[in-house]
Structure formats: structure tokens, C-alpha cells
Design a protein around this ligand. Structure first.
Ligand SMILES: Cc1cc2nc3c(=O)[nH]c(=O)nc-3n(C[C@H](O)[C@H](O)[C@H](O)COP(=O)(O)OP(=O)(O)OC[C@H]3O[C@@H](n4cnc5c(N)ncnc54)[C@H](O)[C@@H]3O)c2cc1C
Length: 460
């Protein structure tokens, strides 16, 4: 131990790294953490938090419109993007300061610098200084990937820049179909931009339940977003103050901004792991075992850099479990099954468990319960929108193995339903739960008629 400067060196002060550093320090470890940009990482600085603030901002337009049906007369509202961005930046700065003070409170030494591995026990800082560490944790996150080099790619922005645009674009083209692309499409549309979403696949939100994908696409179209599937951007040309985006069907779209949100790549390059035995998994992330240990015994990795389930709560859980395992004497594997998740689109999506396709592949017999309905608030407002809910039940055990919601507050709902699903609740448990009336969530405990049943019994 004596030839080590610290017990733990953490590279990257994002969701996973900060949690790991703090918990390891609470067990008495001497911890150092390096951050090359801003403390808090993607989630706090240019991910979940600023995004949700923009989502809130974007939803006021519907609220103003809907108020009329409830008797309100609202003067013509106006929106000022620079005010939103300045207020958002102030909140992000407050959160960053809170993260820094937490690290200080736990006596974690924070180095505002880039750090790379020199060997399995040595970290080199940007100054050239070296730190010897008994254990090293890589929590360097991920970075937007802009795809193959196409003409004019330099004009495309990623989500990083979208948070700092000087003004709201009147028209924007967004390439991508994942949750970040979909969320930004809804944000910009809600704020008044004309949005064209271009996605190469057959439908948005690949990996989500097909009914959810279809329902959300139709809702987005209903809100005036042009959702174009089966196409890619082939070139971006600058034409005066705007850009001409060329698509693979030879059509063009004019806009003030072009954003690409087609995926993120784990930050594994240039951090010094190549000469070491730290193996990269074929999915591009650092390969780790259930305790987040890499192929080098004293080097661990958590969060997006491991490309397992790339969400903040997962990175935090992995960081915490790592610290419990290595410094707390409590070996703690992380369970990556049944992770509830939300898409903060308009309307919102909340899901947990298997999609219908997965359930049909994995289970002998699946009962499907689903419903679409007009949210009560839309009655007086006259808004043309519908909510969607679906439960997937393993007929052999009666367990609810999937729950999919599209509608207001779906993210909030799925957090609570997630507990029941994680606990192994059965459809009978859902049915035995009294409804809360009048709510949208009551649909989850009042769906009695199977929409369809796949498997042996269906054939009977
Ligand atoms: C636009 C957007 C919206 C998102 N929305 C959600 C959401 O709603 N819900 C959700 O759960 N997740 C969301 N995510 C994902 C979430 O942000 C990530 O899963 C999470 O931040 C991963 O945490 P991490 O600790 O692995 O990495 P990060 O939080 O990315 O932290 C890594 C840190 O390491 C630093 N770093 C990298 N290399 C070095 C180096 N060599 N030396 C020093 N420092 C280094 C980086 O600067 C960064 O601060 C969103 C992501 C984006 C981009």
C-alpha cells in the first residue's frame, strides 16, 4: 500500500464516478477523482437534467392552448429562448457546485484535469504528473457519434450543442430515432420550431414495444412533427443563413439547424487502456464482470463506458456496488434486469420489462392486455390525443413481465409500476388493487379483457 498515493483513482466525475468515489471514501479509502470538463458529467451538465428543464419549457405551449377549454383566456404567449437557456445554465451551475461540495465533504480529492492510464497502477494527468493508485475506476462515459463522414457533416450539431444554441431555430432537421432524437424533436416542436425527424429504420424508438413506437409516432405526427422513416441524411449544404439537408431519396429539407442524435460511443479511446489488458467488448464498451471488474484485476469500469444499460440510475448503482464490493467488504453484483425507463417525449413513454416481441420469443404463452383512451383532460381542451397502456403477462405464472405506457406522466407511473413488476407481481395482484378514480393509471388495474393470447392456449 505504501507505494500508492491513493487507494482509489476515479477517471471521470459523472454519475457513476462521483457515486463510487463518495461511497469508497465513506468506507475510509483515500480517493482521488479527475474530471476534464465539468463535475456531474453528462446527466447533470448536458443530459437528463438540462433536457428535462427544456421538456418542461416545451410543454407550456399545450397548457396555454388547453386552458381555453377550461374557461381561461390567456393573452398571446411569447417565448424567449435566451431566458430559458440562462436559467437552465444557472441551475446546472448550482447542481455542479452541490456535486463538488459533496466530494469535498467526503474528503475526495478533485483534480480538474484529464487523466489517462499509464500502467495498471499509474494514472497520468494532463500536467504530466503521475498518481499511483491501488485500484482504478474508469467512468469516462460516452460521447455523441455523428456517423459516417458525409459532405457537410461539420454543420451538424449534437445534443451537446443543442443545449447552448444562441436562439431557437425556426426550423430544425434531426437525424435519429432513439430517445434523444425523439425527445429533442418534441422539445423543439413544443417551443414552436418546425421539426423534421429523419430516421433510417422502419420506425422510431428501436428496441421499444412496437405498439409504443407506432402510438408515439402517430402522436408526434399529430403534433405537426414530420417523422420520416427509412431515410438517411446524405449531405448538408450551407445556403446563406440556412442549411439544405439532402436525404437518401434525393429530397431536400431547408432548416436553420441540423442535429444528429444517432447514437453514443463509449469513451474508451485515448485513455491509455490499449497497451494494458483491459478488453473492449464487441459492443464497444469496456468488458466487465458482474462486479464491474475489467480483465485487469485492479481496474474497474462503470457507467456508459461499459455500454451495458446506458442510464444515469444504472451508472450510479454500478458505482455504488463497485465501492461496496471493493472497499465495503460487501460483494454486490448489479442486476440489470427489469430497469424501468422513460422517454420524455410528448406524450411521454414509460416502460419496464419485456416488449411483446421479446415475450413471445421467450415465453411459452403470453397474454396481452392493452387499451387506448382519451385522457380526461383532453375532453374539455379538445386536444386530439390518446393514451396507450399495455400489460404483458406470462400465462404460465400469471406474472406481469412487461408494462408499456404512452401518455401524460408515463415516466412517473412506470417508476411505481416498476416496483410491482420487479417484485414479481401477478396480473391477479394488479386486478386485486383497487383503482384510484378518476386517473389514467386506473386503467392498469382494470384491464380485464385479453387483447390477444399467444402460445398453446391460444390454439386451443
Ligand atoms: C441528451 C441526453 C439525455 C439523457 N437523458 C437521460 C435521462 O433522461 N435519464 C437517464 O437515466 N439517462 C439519460 N441520459 C444518459 C445519462 O446521461 C448517462 O447514462 C449517464 O450520464 C452516464 O454516467 P457515467 O458516469 O457513465 O458517464 P458521464 O456522466 O458521461 O461522466 C463521464 C465523465 O468523465 C469525464 N471524462 C471522460 N474522459 C475523461 C478523462 N480521460 N479524464 C477526466 N475526465 C474524463 C467526462 O467529461 C464526464 O464528465 C441522457 C444522455 C444524454 C446525452
Amino acid at each position: 500500500m505504501a507505494d500508492h498515493d491513493v487507494d482509489l483513482f476515479v477517471i471521470g466525475a459523472g454519475s457513476g464516478g462521483v457515486r463510487a468515489a463518495r461511497v469508497a471514501a465513506s468506507y475510509g479509502a483515500r480517493v482521488m477523482i479527475a474530471e476534464e470538463y465539468r463535475v456531474g458529467g453528462t446527466c447533470v451538465i448536458r443530459g437528463c437534467v438540462p433536457k428535462k428543464l427544456l421538456v418542461y419549457a416545451s410543454r407550456f405551449s399545450d397548457e396555454f392552448e388547453d386552458a381555453a377549454g377550461y374557461g381561461w383566456t390567456v393573452p398571446e404567449p411569447t417565448f424567449h429562448w435566451p431566458t430559458l437557456i440562462a436559467n437552465k445554465d444557472r441551475e446546472i451551475a448550482r447542481l455542479e457546485a452541490a456535486y463538488i461540495s459533496t466530494l469535498e465533504r467526503f474528503n475526495v480529492a478533485l483534480l480538474k484535469t484529464r487523466a489517462v492510464l499509464e500502467d495498471a497502477n499509474t494514472v497520468r494527468l494532463a500536467t504530466g504528473a503521475r498518481v499511483r493508485a491501488e485500484t482504478i475506476l474508469i467512468s469516462t462515459g460516452a460521447w455523441p457519434h455523428l456517423g459516417p463522414k458525409i459532405p457537410g457533416l461539420e454543420h451538424a450539431i449534437s445534443s451537446n450543442e443543442a443545449f447552448h444554441l444562441p436562439e431557437l431555430p425556426r426550423r430544425i432537421v434531426i437525424q435519429g430515432g432513439g430517445y434523444i432524437a425523439v425527445e429533442f424533436a418534441c422539445i423543439f416542436a413544443g417551443l414552436g420550431s418546425e421539426v423534421t425527424l429523419v430516421y433510417r429504420g422502419e420506425n422510431i424508438l428501436r428496441g421499444f414495444d412496437d405498439d409504443v413506437r407506432e402510438h408515439l409516432r402517430s402522436e408526434m405526427r399529430g403534433r405537426g412533427i414530420t417523422v420520416t422513416c427509412g431515410l438517411t441524411v446524405t449531405a448538408i449544404e450551407k445556403a446563406g443563413d440556412e442549411f439544405v439537408t439532402r436525404l437518401s431519396d434525393k429530397s431536400t429539407v431547408n432548416s436553420e439547424k441540423v442535429m444528429f442524435a444517432i447514437g453514443r460511443r463509449p469513451n474508451v479511446m485515448g485513455i491509455g487502456i490499449e497497451p494494458l489488458n483491459v478488453k473492449i467488448h464487441e459492443h464497444g464498451g469496456i468488458e466487465v464482470d458482474e462486479f464491474s471488474r475489467t480483465t485487469v484485476a485492479n481496474i474497474y469500469a462503470v457507467g456508459d463506458v461499459t455500454n451495458r444499460v446506458n442510464l444515469t440510475p444504472v451508472a450510479i448503482r454500478e458505482g455504488h456496488a463497485f465501492a461496496d464490493t471493493v472497499f465495503g467488504g460487501k460483494p454486490t453484483p448489479v442486476d440489470h434486469s427489469n430497469v424501468p425507463t422513460a422517454v420524455f417525449s410528448e406524450p411521454e413513454v414509460g416502460v419496464i420489462g419485456l416488449t411483446e416481441t421479446q415475450a413471445r420469443e421467450r415465453l411459452a404463452q403470453v397474454d396481452v392486455y392493452k387499451t387506448t383512451f382519451r385522457p380526461m383532460k383532453a375532453t374539455l381542451s379538445g386536444r386530439n390525443t390518446r393514451s396507450f397502456m399495455k400489460l404483458l403477462v406470462d400465462a404460465a405464472t400469471d406474472r406481469v413481465v412487461g408494462c408499456h405506457i404512452v401518455g401524460p406522466d408515463a415516466g412517473e407511473l412506470i417508476q411505481i409500476v416498476g416496483i410491482a413488476v420487479k417484485m414479481g407481481a401477478t396480473k391477479a395482484d394488479f386486478d386485486a388493487t383497487m383503482a384510484v378514480h378518476p386517473t389514467a393509471a386506473e386503467e392498469l388495474v382494470t384491464m380485464r379483457e385479453k387483447a390477444v393470447s399467444y402460445g398453446q392456449r391460444a390454439a386451443e
